[in-house]
Ligand binder design. Structure first.
Ligand SMILES: [Zn+2]
Length: 389
């Protein structure tokens, strides 16, 4: 099925008091285990790509595989890129179809965190992408390189202003939770309660691995609608690899990796049930918006070009480059008709309907299309197209 709008998915969880599992995946074995768990328990799920775990080119070559797997799933899936601090990378992952981003400026001062996060929110919302911000700092995942990595608890007194000024859709909180191995983390429940009273948006808990069932339940009862969980899955994989090696010290790669997906699946099932997202897939599919690609198609017939003007082909190539740089554009193709001389088409694929609306209104699109239509076309027709059910 198409991707599910992440904001809708989290609001559903928030209203119905459960938390969607946002499982950190490093490769296709992780991903297969998580998707098997979601299918088995009929749970909505977030495939979470932790930006700091990948080189940029690795991330960009992994995303299409994740998109493909998400579309094959029969439960609602959203794809989130976590701990981004680079606006250009954020724009690229959105144009590749990821429908959630977490902007992490948590180690910066309040005003700087607000300013930089708000900038990303503006761009992301034009692309129909859900944004998570972080106030306070959950240690263990430093990203900015400017601030430190010490724990800063979220100030309940600041959250309202933070949410209003940034326009974020959901908020990562620091209430004693820690990334990585932190068995027995203390959760400052009183702080979480005050945060939840101050803002009416879904809250997100990072560092989900170190918490007890009791802590999860209390967090969910106090506004947490998404739990980011990675270390527990990575541990489940390491455990299996170590056991495979212990059983056969000459084991090669394939033998070492045998069964790791099964271990991820079992651990993700345990989490999904603890967070009460099992059995929610049907309601989420019925009540939340699906996000599918939209195509903008223009066809033009070119008469004898006016004297002094360059030929149409370099102009179309320039149009292709210009249109491709508009936020929310996945790809742009241009083509010359094989059957009708002088006819051309431009096909722009947008990541979703919201991105398509902003594309039509954007100044760059208007400039490009009016140049083509007014200066070159004897016949011009354009419009948006969506895939029919
Ligand atoms: Zn995190």
């Amino acid at each position: 099925m198409p991707l599910m709008d992440l904001n809708d998915m989290l609001k559903h969880a928030y209203r119905h008091r459960y938390a969607v599992g946002s499982f950190g995946i490093d490769d296709t074995l992780f991903m297969a285990g998580v998707l098997q768990a979601a299918e088995e328990t009929r749970a909505p799920v977030v495939l979470n790509l932790i930006a700091t775990h990948f080189a940029e080119d690795e991330l960009e070559s992994f995303i299409p595989l994740v998109m493909q797997a998400a579309h094959t799933a029969t439960v609602p899936v959203a794809i989130n890129v976590d701990h981004l601090s680079d606006g250009a990378l954020a724009q690229r992952v959105m144009s590749m179809g990821c429908n959630g981003i977490m902007i992490d400026h948590s180690s910066l001062r309040f005003s700087e965190n607000v300013g930089r996060t708000a900038e990303c929110v503006k761009l992301a919302h034009q692309c129909g992408v859900t944004v998570e911000g972080e106030l306070g700092h959950v240690p263990g995942e430093p990203v900015d390189g400017e601030g430190g990595d010490e724990q800063i608890l979220t100030s309940a007194g600041e959250v309202k202003a933070y949410v209003e000024r940034t326009g974020i859709d959901c908020l990562a909180v620091s209430v004693g939770n820690v990334h990585g191995h932190a068995k027995g983390s203390k959760m400052d429940l009183a702080r979480l309660v005050r945060i939840h009273q101050a803002v009416d948006i879904p809250l997100v808990l990072h560092g989900g691995t170190g918490l007890t069932l009791e802590q999860y339940r209390k967090a969910i009862d106090n506004g947490v609608a998404k739990i980011n969980y990675y270390t527990g899955l990575a541990d489940a994989i390491s455990k299996r690899i170590k056991a495979n090696l212990a059983a056969d010290h000459r084991a090669v790669y394939r033998d070492l990796m045998h069964g790791v997906t099964e271990n991820v699946r079992a651990e993700a099932v345990r989490c999904i049930k603890s967070w009460r997202s099992d059995g929610r897939a049907a309601e989420v599919s019925a009540q939340c918006r699906a996000v599918g690609e939209v195509e903008y198609v223009a066809t033009l017939a070119v008469g004898n070009t006016a004297s002094g003007k360059p030929g149409i082909e370099p102009v179309l190539q320039e149009a292709q480059r210009s249109l491709a740089s508009i936020p929310g554009v996945a790809r742009v193709s241009i083509g010359a008709s094989r059957t009708h001389a002088g006819r051309y088409c431009v096909i722009v694929t947008l990541v979703n309907e919201t991105a398509a609306r902003h594309f039509l209104e954007s100044q760059r699109h208007r400039q490009v299309t009016s140049k083509l239509a007014l200066s070159y076309a004897t016949d011009w027709s354009d419009g948006l197209y969506v895939e029919m059910d």
